[in-house]
Ligand binder design. Structure first.
Ligand SMILES: Nc1ncnc2c1ncn2[C@@H]1O[C@H](COP(=O)(O)OP(=O)(O)OP(=O)(O)O)[C@@H](O)[C@H]1O
Ligand SMILES: [Mg+2]
Length: 382
């Protein structure tokens, strides 16, 4: 073998070795790549949420295993199918509209929909989607929110039940108060009148200098005070005028009584429009709302002026709605609306308003007074 061919063999050998090395390295890289790919496929397929790619017609282009299991189908049967086929009938159109919105938006969109048949136990998903740039495709994340929906529904049912109970509680409370007021008026009141009449006889037939006359005079004063106390209790328990003359007169009487107890405060009461035929339920609730509003203004606000307005309000819109507007405003020291309170007055006011399907807004600030605005639908729903 000459020197030239020897050199050639050496070069070939070297080349072969290098090729072998490169091939080994390539194999290792390929194995690493395969491992990493498997890892990502595993992550994609078994992610805690469903992932999908859809075209702009709503056909499924790809879906991970979690997504397929949420739709209760084998993955291969889903590819190329319309995603809307897997929603409950009531939500099919909602999905189509959502998809159009997603493709015409540059931001992330989201919607909650019911999957499966309407008779299925609650199974809801939340979809969050973004369009893939410059392609007619979108990526979608699908989260199972069935438990969340169940809790929301349960909470809503409990709240409705609670509201029903509150409504019943107010009704029973007013009925009980009315019975107590009647007993107080008819039984206790009559007995007291009888005592006063008998006492008058003693006073008329007794020597003015005798000790019996002095005692009878003391009994007279005591019974008069008792009468006053009973009258106040009666008014608190059940404003008699509410049943006989209606809300406007009962509110005027409340104002009269209030002023006689709180001489240092100006109380203005403005009644607007016809308020005489609102019905018993609205009457008593509005009366109690004003009563508690005034109690609070007296107890906490140290206000020099309180304004109460009650009137009808018509709000024009697509459909005209009529409301009763009640405003209780004081110029007192105000309070922090977010502070914790053990009181039940404001909570009770809010509950009353809710049971009448109304809205109550309180505005208050330190030394700037308190402004309560209540709107009640009229006529009231029963
Ligand atoms: N008009 C007001 N001015 C200033 N503070 C007020 C006014 N109304 C309510 N507050 C504040 O809000 C708190 C809660 O009022 P709420 O009527 O619920 O309870 P309360 O009056 O303390 O007790 P309750 O009404 O149960 O007898 C009050 O303790 C008071 O601090
Ligand atoms: Mg109170």
């Amino acid at each position: 073998m000459n020197q030239r061919s020897q050199y050639r063999r050496l070069v070939d050998f070297e080349l072969h070795n290098q090729m072998q090395l490169l091939s080994n390295q390539l194999q290792i890289k390929q194995q690493e790549l395969e491992k990493s790919r498997n890892c990502y496929v595993d992550l994609y397929d078994h992610a805690p949420v469903g992932y999908l790619t859809l075209d702009n017609n709503g056909k499924i282009f790809s879906i991970n295993l979690t997504g397929a299991s949420l739709l209760k189908a084998e993955r291969h049967t889903l590819i190329g199918k319309l995603f809307s086929d897997y929603f409950a009938n009531i939500d099919k159109q909602a999905f189509v509209t959502y998809l159009q919105e997603t493709f015409s938006s540059s931001r992330k969109t989201s919607i909650d929909l019911k999957i499966g048949n309407i008779d299925d136990i609650l199974s809801y998903v939340r979809l969050e989607s973004t369009v893939i740039n410059s392609k007619n495709m979108c990526r979608m994340m699908m989260t199972d929110i069935s438990q969340l929906k169940k809790m929301i529904n349960l909470n809503r049912d409990l709240l409705t039940e609670n509201r029903q109970l509150m409504k019943e509680l107010f009704r029973v409370q007013e009925k009980e108060r009315r019975v107590l007021a009647r007993e107080l008026h008819d039984a206790l009141g009559q007995w007291l009148t009888a005592i006063r009449a008998e006492n008058e006889v003693i006073l008329n037939y007794t020597d003015k200098n005798s000790i019996i006359f002095t005692s009878a005079q003391a009994i007279k004063e005591c019974t008069e005070k008792m009468h006053q106390v009973i009258r106040t209790m009666l008014h608190r328990l059940r404003p008699i005028l509410l049943d006989t003359l209606g809300l406007p007169d009962a509110l005027c009487e409340l104002k009269k009584q209030w002023i006689s107890h709180n001489t240092g405060t100006i109380l203005r009461l403005e009644l607007s429009g016809n308020l005489s035929l609102l019905g018993e339920r609205l009457n008593i609730n509005i009366f109690r709302l004003v009563q508690e509003g005034l109690n609070n203004a007296y107890k906490h606000a140290k206000a020099s002026q309180i304004d109460v307005f009650l009137g009808r309000e018509t709000i024009m819109g697509n459909s005209t709605a009529e409301f009763l507007l009640l405003k209780i405003k004081d110029n007192g020291k105000g309070f922090n609306l977010h502070a914790n309170s053990t009181g039940l007055g404001l909570v009770g006011m809010r509950e009353r308003v809710i049971t009448l399907d109304g809205r109550m807004v309180i505005e208050s600030a330190q030394n700037r007074g308190t402004d309560i605005t209540i709107r009640l639908p009229f006529p009231a729903k029963n």
